[in-house]
Design a protein around this ligand. Structure first.
Ligand code: SF4
Length: 435
């Protein structure tokens, strides 16, 4: 089977020793993201009582949904916190990236009624899961669960609404080669779970009204709207008008207290101003891969419709509209090592990411990293993929934090608390850095 290859045995303590200044929580988080986690039957049964995976955007699983005979896709938690254990770890929030035993050293089991995290069968930490938020019990008149409109992620800090669960960068000539959005939408529909590809303004506003006005939990602070790229008109509207309509309607209902994030393609200044006026606080035009030549191969649709240099220029310019902390392009860190087109050496890939942090942060941008999960239904998942070395992720996180301090940038606006024991982001360890 192509895709993620077996990992080589390694010594976790060696990494703690080698990177003494890096919080252990960051090292374990990155390791969990690159290798995935296996849930025992007992852990799955227990976790099904909590907030389970909603597949709000990509699958983020290391294994195909069709191979999940124990219905892991319905029972595994959206995220989990690990803490305590023999290393007295501070609380760290993590994404569930499901894999099979043997493919990952990480396992979550239920021992004497308590969920625990194991590394190579050694007890590593206690596990805490998030209770289902109140709004998860509601359904729209057509039976669609509210949770299918907006997922509660980052332990509830962020309400994540994928307005459009498909991308108009379609097929191998346009789709980003690490991405499984279009296949994930098709495969999740086949499992029988409700899976709306498109969400109406009315439904989104109803759910946001419930989350932020009627049944707000103290942890709810921000919302993020996203969708695949729109290259043609959708519902007879341009990319900008399509998303601006949602933003205006949400702002009218919930006001301006909570930070509103929007992910779109890279936009011109005039387009950014329209979205800012509509009520967007924070704009994410994801760059994904920094290296110019690799960008062309890894993001062919972005290259064709905007172009790499123009994309980066637009991101930097948009700081003049959204301000520092308000421009947040994501990188799928590690995918630039993906075979057969990626860097040969992890050191070269890490250098490329360091260049990205330097260039963007010097322009007031606060980029973020989302560590690559080798999804079997992406283009890269069709090739044998060695697991990205842990050193790469640790070096990228160190560089992000050092560069962020060098330019005295603010945190990403209304996204997550930062630092070990506080960060709620689940995509990478760089926001858990610090003391
Ligand atoms: S732009 Fe690329 S990463 Fe984003 S949804 Fe489309 S194919 Fe996936």
């Amino acid at each position: 089977m192509p895709g993620k290859m077996p990992y080589e045995k390694y010594d976790l303590d060696m990494y703690f020793e080698k990177y003494r200044d890096v919080p252990k929580e960051v090292i374990i988080k990155e390791d969990l993201l690159r290798l995935g986690v296996h849930y025992t039957d007992a852990a799955l049964e227990e976790s099904s009582k909590y907030t389970t995976k909603s597949y709000y955007l990509f699958s983020y699983d290391q294994t195909d949904v069709e191979e999940m005979k124990r219905q892991e896709f319905l029972k595994a938690p959206e995220c989990f916190k690990f803490k305590a254990g023999p290393y007295d770890l501070r609380t760290s929030n993590n994404k569930s990236c499901i894999d099979k035993p043997g493919n990952t050293p990480y396992k979550i089991d239920c021992v004497d009624g308590k969920l625990q995290l194991f590394w190579e069968n050694n007890y590593l930490a206690d596990i805490e899961l998030r209770s289902k938020p109140p709004y998860y019990s509601h359904k729209l008149p057509d039976g669609t669960p509210y949770s299918d409109i907006a997922a509660s992620i980052f332990w509830g800090y962020l309400s994540f609404c994928t307005i459009l669960r498909s991308c108009q960068y379609w097929g191998t000539k346009e789709e980003c080669i690490f991405c499984d959005i279009n296949t994930n939408a098709r495969k999740q529909s086949k499992t029988g779970r409700p899976f709306m590809v498109f969400k109406s303004v009315e439904d989104v506003v109803t759910v946001m009204d419930t989350i932020f006005n009627k049944e707000r939990e103290p942890i709810n602070h921000a919302l993020l709207l996203t969708g695949g790229a729109i290259t043609k008109e959708l519902k007879h509207q341009s990319n900008i008008e399509f998303y601006a309509n949602y933003v205006r309607a949400i702002r009218e209902k919930i006001g301006y207290r909570w930070t509103l994030h929007l992910q779109t393609t890279a936009l011109t200044l005039d387009e950014c101003k329209i979205l800012k006026d509509a009520g967007v606080d924070c704009h994410h035009a994801n760059i994904e891969v920094w290296d110019k030549e690799k960008f062309k191969i890894f993001c062919p649709g972005k290259e064709e419709f905007v172009g790499r240099d123009e994309w980066v220029k637009r991101v930097c310019d948009s700081v003049n509209v959204f301000g520092e902390g308000g421009v947040v392009p994501t990188f799928v860190s590690g995918c630039e090592l993906g075979r057969p087109w990626g860097f040969e050496k992890w050191e070269d890939a890490a250098k490329s990411m360091k260049d990205a942090w330097e260039h963007l942060m010097s322009h007031g941008v606060t980029p973020r990293s989302s560590s690559w999960v080798i999804e079997p239904n992406s283009v890269l998942g069709q090739y044998d993929q060695p697991v990205v070395p842990l050193d790469y992720y640790i070096e990228v996180d160190i560089a992000w934090y050092e560069t962020w301090k060098k330019y005295s940038l603010p945190p990403i606006k209304g996204f997550t608390p930062m630092g070990p024991g506080r960060c709620l982001s689940i995509n990478s360890g760089h926001l858990d850095m610090g003391y």
